[in-house]
Design a protein around this ligand. Structure first.
Ligand SMILES: [Ca+2]
Ligand SMILES: [Ca+2]
Length: 360
């Protein structure tokens, strides 16, 4: 196999007899006294050098430590999420909580580029899978599955054979233990304006499967809607499954109650047989259903006062407006809306020359 020549730019000695240009390295994964180096154009290489030493060799300026075991080439980072960096190759690496502000500061110079990407992401946010590491394809970090929490059991890991994955190479596997649960909690701040008027649905899909044995181990999926204090507002048990011959498709569309701030995805594996707990999961997805923007009043006042509206924005000519309070159109003011609905207690009063224009 031929790899591109590596002599065109200054190379750095990274370990053993290996020298490479730092720009060829995407990220390094620390593993005690060893470091796995992931390159852009050549196979992964394991060096017997600690990540800290390698960081010094590569230069502190161009590489960024994002968590205990990941050192990332800044140039490989496409954007920063609330708690992760997203690389140009699509890989998402969690950022340790105590490193968040440092990582954010270090990426400040990349802001214009990040901003453009965020604008792009927002435009298509309805189709975005809200679950992180939904396919269990990210490398384990210190032996643990990235972005997921071991709510019960400590042996959750990836599995890839017998059976093969539903998608990609790996799937979620509880390891040993009688009862196990893996969970992920997703923040819904971006959907406040449609959740609170109860106008937001979330569509979940995923696959379950059990190992071929009788009695058969089971997979169970529960989806919870949480408020700001993590109290459960609504819980949906999608069922308990033990399909052995194929991956079993599970789907559910769920309306989120008002004041929902987070969705918690709970994967439960129940052992009925043997040492291994063999209720498997793969290919999970949670997508917010697209909605008309709901512009709804939260208090009485003038139409042109942004604080009258739930999301702090005066409605535009395509917005579906819901009036639940006493709203006044000031004199000589033209209000715009796509449509207007009145609920109990809602009314609109007009002053001289005040106008409400529907549509463009
Ligand atoms: Ca997978
Ligand atoms: Ca078993």
């Amino acid at each position: 196999m031929n790899y591109p020549p590596i002599a065109q730019e200054p190379s750095v000695h990274i370990g053993a007899y290996t020298s490479v240009p730092p720009t060829e390295i995407i990220f390094c994964e620390g593993d005690r006294n060893y470091t796995h180096v992931h390159f852009a154009h050549r196979p992964m290489m394991t060096l017997s050098v600690t990540m800290r030493v390698l960081h010094e060799r590569l230069g502190e300026a161009n590489f960024l430590r994002v968590n205990r075991s990941a050192l990332v080439n800044k140039a490989a980072i496409a954007e920063m999420d609330a708690d992760a960096v997203v690389l140009h190759n699509g890989l998402v690496l969690p950022v340790a909580r105590r490193r968040l502000s440092f990582v954010r500061r270090s990426l400040e110079v990349m802001k214009p580029q990040i901003f453009l990407l965020l604008v792009f992401a927002t435009t298509f946010s309805e189709a975005q899978n809200l679950i992180k590491n939904p396919d269990c394809e990210l490398p384990l970090i210190a032996g643990k599955i990235s972005f997921w929490t071991e709510a019960l059991g400590t042996n959750w890991t990836t599995r890839s054979d017998d059976p093969t994955a539903q998608s990609g190479s790996n799937y979620f596997f509880a390891g040993e233990g009688v009862e196990a649960e893996l969970s992920q909690t997703i923040q819904l701040d971006d959907y406040k304006c449609s959740i609170d008027p109860e106008n937001q649905r979330f569509n979940f899909t995923g696959y379950t499967r059990s190992w071929n044995q009788k009695p058969t181990d089971e997979s169970q999926i529960i989806i919870e809607m949480l408020n700001a204090n993590d109290a459960v507002l609504q819980s949906d048990d999608l069922g308990t499954f033990n399909t052995i011959s194929n991956w079993n498709f599970v789907s559910k569309s769920i309306q989120s109650p008002a004041l929902t701030k987070k969705i918690k995805i709970r994967l439960l594996s129940h052992r009925k047989n043997g040492d291994n707990n063999d209720g498997y999961f793969d290919s999970l997805s949670l997508v917010a259903e697209k909605n008309l923007p709901a512009t709804i009043t939260v208090k009485s006042g003038n139409w042109n006062d942004p604080t009258v509206w739930l999301c702090g924005q005066v409605p535009g000519s395509t917005d579906a407006v819901v009036i639940r309070h006493v709203v006044a159109l000031p004199g000589s003011y033209t209000a715009h809306a796509g449509q207007v609905a009145y609920e109990a207690g809602g009314s609109l009063s007009m002053s001289t020359n005040g106008k409400l224009q529907l549509g463009n």
